[in-house]
Write a protein that binds this ligand. Structure first.
Ligand SMILES: Nc1nc2c(ncn2[C@@H]2O[C@H](COP(=O)(O)OP(=O)(O)O)[C@@H](O)[C@H]2O)c(=O)[nH]1
Ligand SMILES: [Mg+2]
Ligand SMILES: [Zn+2]
Length: 218
């Protein structure tokens, strides 16, 4: 019984995600789904990307949060259209929610919507929310075994970002282990080492994303 209900929800999600993709395509807007653990640096990453990409692309943000508005307020303070999605306890975002929120934006004047998914390394990866592209963010203090423990989040992404490289000297974090694991499960997707604290790696990541955005929007 439980399995059947789960299956129906997944089918429904896929169906709505196709509608979201169609709406976005009509408006020449792309949606980038950013996933990772609580505290990995999702909001810090979005902030850093806005600073680098806003001169070239018109950006908006959907801030997923289980309950608070802290992150949405941070993004809004940058002067970026920002809408908050409170999941009221749910541990991932579904396409249905995105579909309901899209009318809050003037899509004709937006190129890119970043979605900060709920902080969680497990089920967000199971749900297509209508995204054009996925970014998974892992941070050094979480440990170098996470690809082995939570493979879906890393196989189902278009780009892996490893944040907090500034604290590498303080952790037993084996860079080669992560790189080998990642290239093993997702051989074609790139990996970027960054630190939003000291800004390392962010120009290279932004340049990569800008190229991808241009490809999608042409
Ligand atoms: N040392 C260090 N701390 C960081 C870095 N990026 C983010 N943080 C800190 O990590 C915490 C969580 O960051 P946040 O962006 O809110 O993560 P989120 O929960 O994934 O949105 C905050 O205290 C940040 O200041 C980084 O590159 N290095
Ligand atoms: Mg956040
Ligand atoms: Zn969930």
């Amino acid at each position: 019984m439980e399995i059947k209900v789960y299956h129906q929800i997944m089918e429904w999600n896929e169906d709505v995600s196709a509608q979201v993709k169609e709406t976005l395509r009509e408006h020449h807007t792309i949606l980038i789904n950013i996933m990772g653990s609580p505290g990995a640096g999702k909001t810090s990453l979005i902030t850093a990307l806005i600073q680098r990409l806003r001169t070239q692309w018109k950006i908006a943000v959907i801030e997923g949060d289980i309950t608070t508005s802290y992150d949405a307020a941070k993004i809004a303070s940058l002067g970026i259209p920002s809408v908050e999605l409170n999941t009221d306890g749910a541990c991932h975002i579904e396409a249905m929610s995105i579909q309901k929120m899209l009318p809050a934006f003037d899509l004709n004047s937006i190129d890119v919507i970043f979605v900060e998914n709920i902080g969680n390394l497990v089920c967000p990866a199971e749900f297509d929310i209508g995204e054009t592209m996925r970014i998974t963010i892992l941070s050094v203090p979480e440990g170098d075994d996470k690809i082995e423990k939570y493979p879906l989040m890393f196989t189902e992404t278009d780009c892996l970002v490893i944040n907090k490289s500034d604290v590498l000297p303080y952790f037993d974090f084996n860079k080669e282990r992560i790189e080998e694991n990642y290239h093993g499960v997702n051989p074609d997707a790139p990996l970027f080492w960054i630190s939003t604290k000291n800004q390392e790696g962010l120009d290279a990541l932004s340049a990569h994303l800008s190229r991808r955005i241009a490809e999608y929007l042409k």
